[in-house]
Ligand binder design. Sequence first.
Ligand code: 6PG
Length: 469
Amino acid sequence: MADTYDFGLVGLGVMGRNFILNVVDNSFTAYGNDLDPEKVEALITEGGDTEKVNATTDASTFVQSLSLPRKIMLLVPAGKVVDIVIDSLLPHLDEGDIIIDGGNSFFTDTDRREAYLKEKGINFFGSGVSGGAKGARKGPSIMPGGSREAYQHVKPIFEAVAAKYQGEPCVTYLGPKSAGNYVKMVHNGIEYGLMQLTSEIYDILKKSGGLTQEELHKTFHSWNEGRLQSFLVEITSKIMNRKDDLTDGYLVDMILDKAKQKGTGKWTSQNAMDLGIPVPTIDIAVSMREISALKGERVQADEVYDRPEPETPDKTKLIQEAEQALYFAFIVTYAQGMHQLADASKEYSYDLDLGEIAKIWRAGCIIRAALLADITQAFHENEALPNLLLAPSFIEKVKETVGAARKLVAFGATNGIPLHGLSNALTYFDAYTSSRLPLNVIQAQRDFFGSHTYERLDREGIFHTEWED
Ligand code: 6PG
């Protein structure tokens, strides 16, 4: 069956194997490639019919088995491996073939690879894939960027395999060059923010509210039936009542409180700084993972410093306020991420459609949430919306819930519970909605010590004062 397979995939780890089987489930034929013969064998066995799905360790056989233009997806670790795989495929490819990087590559690497391959007549797509192993098998959210023309060859396959939201596929052409990887990077930044917020709400409910694991499970479960409906709240509810296999307790209580990271959240923050766009809830989520890593020091410091005498809040009220505060902070986190995308779109000429991005995040991906349907609508109503907090449909939602965020943040502060993400979302909100900030003082200080000049409220021009006179 040479030359006839519709789709090729390099990297037959869990994600790759699941993605290729998803392609085959959708009536396309596919060919896999991996250096590891065991992974190749595993795919052939699981696929069952080599006319539909086959695999090899040999790059040349792999490439020659695909129909033109070849559509080859890489699901390999981001970084050097991507370059190595591209170079191993290149001698066998023909002009017009398409390589799709489905990993979490850094967006400037994608730009470099796109330019390198363009010279050789090969189309390169940086395409974020979200949804984990299960998503890859059952329907992920796919975020492709690259040549619009070449996308037409990939489109039928991607639309078939992507998750569906009310029948609509969670994939769309996002923009040129690294647009797909960039959007996926910000998706992950938002993911970091939402995860941090969820963990803080768990903390306050458990430590101050005294909720048992069963109560926590039920609370997150019921929230997932309402406006907070989202993948992350859903899995948090499941995590809460999962019993430990090794002890009599709950598994979550036995897990070491040091969160790891592969870098996409940090890249989001770093790039937001470069752009000059504030995404503090994402920044803080990265910082909290870093603080969490200092376990030894934290244990030492905990012994030296006393914590405030704990208050016992009304449990029912605390749960209600926690729901409202989490909803508020989720909105703020999406607002920051969308703001970053809007600015990056101009800076890197991606020409992103924020409504379409929110639309393909409604299902399949890690940050899927009921809120994304509202976000989609807000950006479809006004594609130039500067910030979600200014969308008419969000103003009431925010007004109704910000009070609870204030109460929780105050409670956390007096009780010594670190609500870093929540307090940050609130401070961002308070700053963003202040027509007058104290940064006039900073301007005065800058002018005082460095003659950096300032502008005035009452007249045009640039001013300097000799402050000591
Ligand atoms: C997804 C996820 C995924 C990411 C993990 C782990 O959308 O499916 O974002 O791409 O790799 O979430 O990320 P960290 O190791 O950085 O937490």
